[in-house]
Design a protein around this ligand. Structure first.
Ligand code: OX2
Length: 792
């Protein structure tokens, strides 16, 4: 390893050791690791090709990857070797790992899920390809200026991204606009614009290098890079115009995960990567198969939300216009290939395009969608339509074109059947299935929490790394005092690590013995960070009034970004920061309560916060969070959950047992019922003197004396509408927090509860989730060991 690092430093970077920066060392280490990855990757790719086995194509607008050095080193079993080699070279492994920017090609849960799935697919040896967009700028960087969010462009590609291989030979034309002519019984699309999609491949190597898959991200290029004639005329801007236009398509990630933008550029992005992926998988298929009708035996195409839903009409278009299949046959064939995952019930997040806009960008696809609607209506009278009220409904399109539709937790799937797709569900009662989300324990325990994972491996061996159910053996240890002490020591070490980081980066000192209470996720009204900060103020009031009442000291930690156009979410951020400033400088409560909100929450920050958490905040309005995946990461790392019966919380609670979970709040059914009662919010506020007081303080400008009216709108909204029922759940939330305070005082018992949480998380491995998709939706198997079998 040492020689390899030095060789890459010299011949890959043209540097000598004496004059190398941290960046240079990181590049050299990464290249050395990449070489090893390639040695696992190429044989897997060859095997998948030679065996002709069915492949999974996972189409996703987002892959929220984070850093890769440590992930790759860990999956290859090279962490110790890399550390030792660097040490001999006078370099520090940790420093080098920390130099890597996050690959932030996603907004949150949906993108991170795709990244966990890629890890599990490779570890399970399932031939698969992830398809997405190689955004030049990932999710924006967040800064706070006087407590308010400011966005700055993210620039991960300004440094060399050495994990990827550019594939200039893999190019496809992607066309937009123009018009369609029909003659000789055929459709002829004459587009007005063409860009080229070109591939960049990142190897994804599973645990111990047993199998390797590919993440293929598409970048856009102009058909003609440079117009020399314009340049020679002196029109320099015109000379580069086509390049600029093409590049725009993959320039930035839309920073919004749950509201629809309806922008033409977004539609182009969606079609761009979907069409490139469909062309690519068809080329691969046709290079080894003669009959296009056997495509469903070779390709399972999974749509991660509706963003790639255009895959249905695109596949039909190619089958009909290029391969001359009949429309009905093409639709049926495409459906056998496609699966669709729904991730949200929020009406504002369901994609709809105005028909006029859609038809302008994709005129041939609009015709095909009409045919799909007609075909479906012929078979199912009165069925919901894709084209309705001048809109193209992407949810209906994805549903009708998929042979399976899945929700991401038991509760969510149930609600999908009862609400958004109720009519379609009645027509196709077998189509909707559940696949409860999961997380990869390789990143979310093994690598991010070496203190705890080291302890577990010492006790159980390392089988849990690929079989998380083995953790259940730890349940018998809740009475083992010595083991529990070690378990607690691991948590404490992680808390000290976090406390030091908070002091260094924010200048706030926090006590590692206080309860670390963490809410990290996108800022959204339904996730109710607002309720959390209101409860913080209520607690602070009580602490000030009775400072000697034996309080459990707390550190309230927040992390998360707001979509740049989401005004209310930004107000909530401002309020949290205003409250933090006041509380953190209060002499009376200085040893009892702190509020910490580090800016720019991302995957890397999660990897530090989650192992250090005691209490995990999963407090969304019931029925709104489809699943959540942070909830799983916390419990796996030994945090207790305070939460509502929402998303995967329900299943987490079932697995850890109700006595090891702090439940509060209205159920999804009660939420729906409560909303029908006129004036429910005002009634709830009037019934809660505690909440009244908090709201009064905020309105009077207690946390913003220089600008007293700052939160009048926000508080007014709670009184008048409160769609997310912050007011109704507030008292139950406050009381449950006090139960958590009491429980925390009994350190032994808390440790036992935390241990049961860790030990009960086997079900929430993304390995289990992927096995479910493979069995119920994709009908694919593992290739692990298959190569040897064939050779024998
Ligand atoms: C998220 C959901 O909000 C979250 O509940 C879920 O855990 C995650 O997807 C992965 O399934 N954009 N992000 C999501 O949905 C959408 C749309």
């Amino acid at each position: 390893m040492k020689d390899e690092i030095l060789r890459h430093l010299r011949y890959g970077l043209g540097k000598d050791a004496a004059h190398s920066s941290v960046y240079d060392w990181r590049m050299a280490l990464s290249r050395a690791l990449r070489d090893r990855m390639v040695d696992h990757w190429i044989p897997s790719t060859q095997e998948a090709y030679a065996s002709g086995s069915k492949r999974v194509y996972y189409l996703s607008m987002e892959f929220l990857i984070g850093r890769l050095v440590e992930d790759m080193a860990s999956n290859l079993g090279l962490v110790d070797e890399a550390k030792a080699a660097l040490k001999e070279l006078g370099q520090d492994y940790e420093t080098i790992v920390k130099d890597e920017p996050d690959a932030a090609l996603g907004n949150g849960g949906l993108g991170r899920l795709a990244a966990c799935f890629m890890d599990s697919l490779a570890t399970l040896g399932i031939p698969a390809m992830g398809y997405g967009i190689r955004y030049e700028h990932g999710l924006f960087e967040q800064d706070f200026v006087e407590g308010q969010q400011v966005e700055r462009p993210e620039t991960w590609l300004q440094q060399d991204h050495i994990w990827e291989f550019e594939r200039p030979e893999v190019q496809y034309p992607i066309t937009f606009g123009g018009h369609v002519e029909h003659h000789d019984g055929k459709a002829h699309w004459h587009p007005s614009e063409t860009v080229i999609a070109t591939a960049f491949d990142t190897p994804v190597i599973g645990w111990e290098g047993r199998w390797g898959n590919t993440l293929r991200l598409w970048a856009a290029m102009p058909t003609k890079v440079f117009d020399l004639a314009s340049f020679n005329r002196g029109d320099y801007l015109a000379a580069g115009r086509s390049e600029a236009l093409a590049r725009t398509i993959c320039r930035v990630l839309y920073p919004d995960d749950t509201t629809e933008t309806g922008k033409e550029l977004r539609l182009k992005q969606e079609y761009f990567f979907t069409s490139a992926s469909i062309q690519d998988l068809l080329r691969r298929f046709l290079s080894t198969h003669a009959d296009i009708r056997t495509l469903p035996d070779a390709a399972a195409i999974q749509l991660n939300d509706t963003h790639p839903a255009i895959a249905g009409p695109e596949l039909v278009r190619v089958l009909v216009d290029k391969h001359e299949l009949g429309m009905d046959e093409a639709i049926a064939l495409a459906r056998r290939c496609l699966g669709y995952t729904n991730h949200t019930l929020l009406p504002e997040a369901l994609e709809r395009w105005p028909e006029w806009l859609f038809g302008r960008v994709l005129p041939r696809h609009l015709e095909i969608i009409r045919e799909i609607d007609a075909d479906h209506l012929r078979r199912h009278e009165g069925a919901p339509k894709i084209l309705d009220h001048g809109n193209v409904n992407m949810g209906e399109l994805a549903f009708i074109m998929a042979h399976k539709v899945n929700g991401v937790s038991a509760l969510h799937t149930d609600l999908v059947k009862k609400t958004v797709f109720n009519d379609l569900h009645k027509i196709h009662p077998q189509r909707i299935v559940n696949q409860t989300n999961g997380i990869t324990q390789r990143r979310w325990l093994k690598t991010c929490n070496p203190a705890l994972s080291g302890l577990i491996t010492r006790e159980l061996g390392n089988g849990w790394v690929t079989d998380l159910d083995l953790l259940s053996q730890l349940k018998s240890r809740t009475g083992d005092v010595a083991f529990k002490e070690e378990f607690v020591a691991a948590k404490r070490a992680n808390k000290v690590r976090l406390a030091n980081w908070v002091t260094e980066t924010m200048g706030i000192s926090i006590d590692p013995d206080a309860m670390f209470d963490v809410q990290i996720k996108r800022i959204h009204e339904y996730k109710r960070q607002l309720m959390n900060i209101l409860e913080t103020v209520a607690l602070w009031n009580e602490m000030r009034a009775h400072p000697d009442a034996g309080w459990t000291p707390r550190v309230k930690i927040f992390g998360g970004k707001a979509a740049p156009g989401y005004h209310v979410a930004k107000e909530i951020i401002h309020l949290i920061n205003d409250v933090a400033a006041v509380i953190n400088s209060d002499e009376i409560t200085k040893d009892l309560l702190k509020v910490v909100y580090p800016p720019n929450y991302n995957v890397t920050m999660a990897e530090v916060l989650i192992p250090a958490a005691d209490l995990s905040e999963q407090i969304s309005t019931a029925g709104k969070e489809a699943s959540g995946t942070g909830n799983m990461k916390f419990a796996l790392n030994g945090a207790l959950t305070i939460g509502t019966l929402d998303g995967a919380n329900v299943e987490i609670r079932e697995h850890v047992g109700p006595e090891n979970f702090f439940l509060f709040g209205l159920t999804a059914e009660e939420v729906m019922e409560r909303r029908t009662q006129p004036g429910f919010a005002r009634a709830a506020i009037e019934a809660s003197p505690r909440l009244q007081r908090v709201l009064g303080q905020i309105v009077e400008g207690r946390f913003c004396p220089q600008d007293q009216g700052r939160y009048h709108g926000l508080v007014g909204m709670l009184y008048d509408s409160d769609y997310f029922l912050v007011t109704c759940d507030f008292d139950s939330y406050y009381d449950t927090q006090r139960r958590a305070d009491e429980a925390y005082k009994n350190a032994r018992n808390w440790a036992a509860m935390a241990l049961v949480n860790t030990a009960s998380m086997g079900f929430f491995s993304s390995d289990r989730t992927i096995k479910g998709y493979a069995h119920d939706i994709w009908h694919v198997g593992s290739r692990l060991g298959a190569g040897e079998e064939a050779a024998e």
